[in-house]
Design a protein around this ligand. Structure first.
Ligand code: F55
Length: 828
């Protein structure tokens, strides 16, 4: 037993005085600068260090308590965490935002200026990565023993610029100034093996054993990011892995005498964690991607098993003490890797290992789109991960035996269910591996889960209906309300108190005041102030001047055909033409934001045409304030938190059946924007929650879309009957918006007239009609305010805390373990 002074944890003061002292000390001791000469960035770093030492104290308290209480832990495996800035979030969740603001002011530094210096941690593409970040924050906030695992990409999501209309990608060197939030763990390194071959060892009695020999090794080194809960002392951990070359590479030089080659190989092996693939809706068939997936999965599973054994549990207790959630199929190789670790390294029997693995894993699906489903050529998998290919064959063999037994003679079903797709040059279907290897599979909204059961996983659903559950997505109100919208947070506090900050359902207390004229006025004033804040940012970033007194109509999300930015753009062009023709239309600002995958030509074309239309519309003196169109450059988490609170209208207009859930829809509605949306993803649940009066639903249903596809779409016939729409399409394809090269948009015209795969043309009339309903309501300020207030009051269900509780209860079987305030630092 160590002496008390060894086991004692420090307990740093959180008052203004104590913080000021820590920050001043950190400038000298950590940053190495004279406080008299420190720059704003120096102060930012010093502040971050003062917070991080307080976070690590609570992290250690949390870890001690989890160990003492024998808790079950959940491990979230995700290739992406779209975190955004950490400074303000950490200050707020640690409960020291206001004292820190005062301490900084005492030191002569404005906190808000400092907050704005931080780069976003953009280790994700979009919804899937942001959901992972929200889930981690909520696990800590609710006191759940939850750990994140992922990759510490050297370069996150690219920075988007327009030159002047088309997207140009720039590398996101987010670590260039170092990163005060991470704790490098040079003693936490695991070897990760690639290539080589498998050797069978036959034992006279007993099972055949396998060893994986030769090939290459790279090390995975841990970097820890503490994650604080809001309003409690729990601090959880996000562990991100970086690739480091092994000493092998140094030895190679001695063996081969080629120094330059040895160093080059060393550097090459570290490229595994170099860059995030910027694709959000297509599978990436690259060897490096497969290596990234395996790299972080293997390191995470080795670490999880190490911790499990170090805590004194045996492997048979794995499903009782460990739940592992697979965020989409990107980490699905975990199913084979855990089998390898249990069978080859820990020498469990195959059947015992399989039972443990299946009871430990669960899998979240985020898409039905065929092009997004990951499949790996058997030949590639055999070369890169030869042992895993053998394990997958064995899993598939056992699984198909089960299917044969249940459906004798049904070979078509066997082929459909198989983990190996024999049709397309033999490929491993990662979604099938994930379903077979999990005890639960979930979709992310009610419609999405239903469609999973009826289409993509129909055969699996018939086999194992009990495995399928829905967990509708949510968003964290800490970031998406309290941080992003301080003015509304303040107003809510005055009207209904602050209980809703800990239980978002309590926003419902606002309902009885929805028609209160004072509240309505205050609510509209808050919205206007947020619009002024956004207008200032838009002026700074684009030079475009926005009038805060007209409707702000916002579509912010990745650029994709199915999300239908073109539908909104056609509306803009239609309005523009009608304004020029002297028609009186309701004024609006249309704001787009979002990135296109660099290899997705159609999406990049959509960005270009929006920018071109915007340029013409915004400079046409005949238009004035009646129509403005802005493409906000480099849309990211930090800009989302300025845009969202300023939106009057939220565009959620995907072709029904294609958006798994959406989460931007929730953030916008929570901030009082009224949704114009299709019956897709979570829009359906949002309508059920807020009521028909606070949402403008339009367009084909998912069933009608399927029907329409079957009959073959006929955009030309529709265009012939809708002169306004036809005129808008003609205006684009005629080259009106591209003075230099009129041919540029001919292709877009052909695409709309003859292909229109996502029914932009077919839904156009219904869409504009929904926009007009919104215009009419907007013109009645009282009626609008009432609908928007009710919208906010009824969005509590979409808190990520509810989502996480659903996972905890339906899938993980874990309970909260709040760190007791009475727990003293001296406790061992
Ligand atoms: C990232 C990498 C690949 Cl290889 C494929 C997809 C993605 C990705 O970013 N997907 C994504 O963001 N999916 C979205 O997930 C959200 C959270 O569940 C959903 O709300 C949204 O509907 C879905 O498109």
């Amino acid at each position: 037993m160590a002496a008390p002074e060894v086991t004692h944890l420090p307990n740093l003061p959180n008052d203004v005085e104590g913080l000021r002292q820590s920050i001043r000390d950190a400038v000298v001791r950590v940053v190495g600068e004279d406080p008299r000469q420190a720059t704003e960035r120096d102060w930012m770093e010093a502040l971050a260090f003062a917070i991080r030492e307080r976070m690590v104290e609570r992290r250690l308290l949390t870890r001690r308590q989890f160990a003492d209480e024998d808790v079950k832990r959940v491990y979230y495996l995700s290739m992406e965490y779209l975190i955004g800035r950490m400074l303000e979030a950490n200050l707020r969740n640690m409960g020291i935002l206001e004292p820190a603001r005062q301490a900084m002011a005492d030191l002569g530094v404005n906190l808000d200026t400092i907050l704005d210096l931080e780069d976003d941690a953009a280790l994700g593409n979009g919804g899937l990565g942001r959901l992972a970040a929200c889930i981690l924050e909520s696990l800590a906030t609710q006191g759940y023993p939850g750990y994140g695992y992922g990759i510490r990409y050297e370069f996150g999501m690219f920075r988007q610029e327009f030159e002047p209309y088309h997207q140009v990608e720039h590398p996101d060197n987010w670590l260039r100034y170092g990163n005060p939030w991470e704790f490098p763990r040079s003693d936490r390194k695991y070897p990760i093996h690639f290539y080589g071959h498998v050797v069978e060892h036959h034992h006279p009695r007993g099972e055949t054993r396998y060893t994986w020999e030769n090939g290459e090794e790279v090390l995975a080194m841990a970097y820890d990011y503490p994650t604080a809960g809001y309003g409690r002392r729990n601090v959880n951990n996000l562990r991100l892995w970086a690739a480091k070359a092994t000493r092998d590479f140094d030895l190679r030089y001695f063996n081969e005498g080629d120094y330059i080659r040895a160093v080059a190989d060393k550097a090459e092996s570290e490229t595994i964690s170099m860059v995030l693939y910027p694709n959000d809706a297509t599978a990436i068939g690259k060897e490096l991607r497969l290596k990234q997936e395996y790299f972080f999965v293997s390191a995470s599973l080795q670490d999880i098993l190490d911790r499990h054994l170090a805590l004194g549990y045996n492997l048979d207790a794995l499903p009782d003490k460990v739940a592992i959630q697979l965020n989409d199929t990107h980490p699905a190789i975990a199913v084979a890797e855990l089998m390898r670790l249990l069978v080859d390294c820990h020498e469990l029997s195959w059947d015992r290992a399989w039972d443990l693995a299946r009871r430990t894993f669960a899998y979240t699906n985020h898409t039905l789109m065929p092009e997004a489903l990951e499949t790996w050529p058997v030949e590639l998998m055999e070369r890169v991960l030869p042992r895993h290919m053998g394990i997958i064959y064995q899993i598939n063999h056992d699984f198909l035996e089960q299917v044969r037994h249940r459906y004798p003679g049904d070979n078509d079903r066997l082929a459909r269910l198989s983990i190996i797709d024999e049709q397309n040059g033999r490929r491993v279907r990662m979604a099938h591996l994930a379903v077979v290897g999990s005890h639960r599979v979930n979709g992310v909204a009610a419609l999405h889960t239903q469609l999973l059961q009826e289409t993509l996983f129909e055969d699996f659903y018939n086999l194992w209906p009990e495995r399928f559950v829905n967990v509708t997505n949510g968003v964290t109100p800490r970031l998406w309300m309290i941080q992003a919208n301080p003015a509304l947070t303040e107003l809510l506090g005055q009207r209904i108190g602050n209980d809703w900050q800990y239980d978002l359902d309590r926003l419902r207390a606002l309902e009885p005041y929805a028609h209160d004229a004072d509240l309505q006025k205050a609510f509209l004033d808050v919205k206007r102030a947020n619009k002024v804040r956004l207008a200032n940012l838009v002026r700074e970033r684009t030079g475009v001047e926005l009038n805060p007194d007209v409707m702000f109509d916002v579509q912010i999300k990745r650029i994709h055909e199915y999300k239908r930015q073109l539908l909104k753009l056609l509306h803009v062009v239609d309005l523009y033409r009608r304004i020029r023709a002297g028609e009186d239309v309701a004024p609006r600002v249309v704001l787009f934001g979002g990135k296109a995958a660099p290899g997705y030509a159609r999406a990049k074309g959509i960005i270009q045409v929006i920018n071109e239309v915007a340029d013409i519309v915004n400079h046409d003196p005949a238009v004035g304030d009646r129509l403005k169109c802005v493409f906000f450059p480099n849309y990211e988490v930090s800009s989302a938190s300025i845009i969202i609170p300023a939106a009057d209208v939220s565009e959620q207009i995907s072709t029904a059946g294609f958006e798994a859930s959406g989460t931007g829809n929730m953030k916008l509605a929570l901030n009082g924007a009224l949704t114009i949306g299709t019956l897709d993803g979570a829009n359906i649940e949002i309508r059920d929650a807020v009521g028909e009066e606070s949402i403008f639903i339009f367009g084909m249903t998912a069933d009608e879309v399927v029907e329409h596809r079957r009959n073959g779409p006929n955009p030309e016939a529709i265009l012939a009957q809708q002169p306004n729409l036809a005129a808008a399409v003609e205006m684009i394809e005629s080259g009106f918006f591209t003075c230099d090269d009129p041919g540029t948009h001919g292709d877009l015209g052909r695409y709309l007239r003859h292909e229109d795969p996502f029914f932009v043309i077919a839904d156009y009339a219904a869409y504009t009609e929904a926009c007009e309903r919104a215009d009419t309501l907007y013109a009645d300020r009282t009626a609008w305010a009432e609908a928007a207030i009710l919208n906010v009051a009824r969005m509590g269900y979409f808190s990520i805390d509810r989502t996480v509780r659903d996972y905890a209860n339906q899938i993980w079987d874990i309970i909260p373990e709040p760190v007791a305030p009475s727990r003293t630092n001296g406790a061992a």
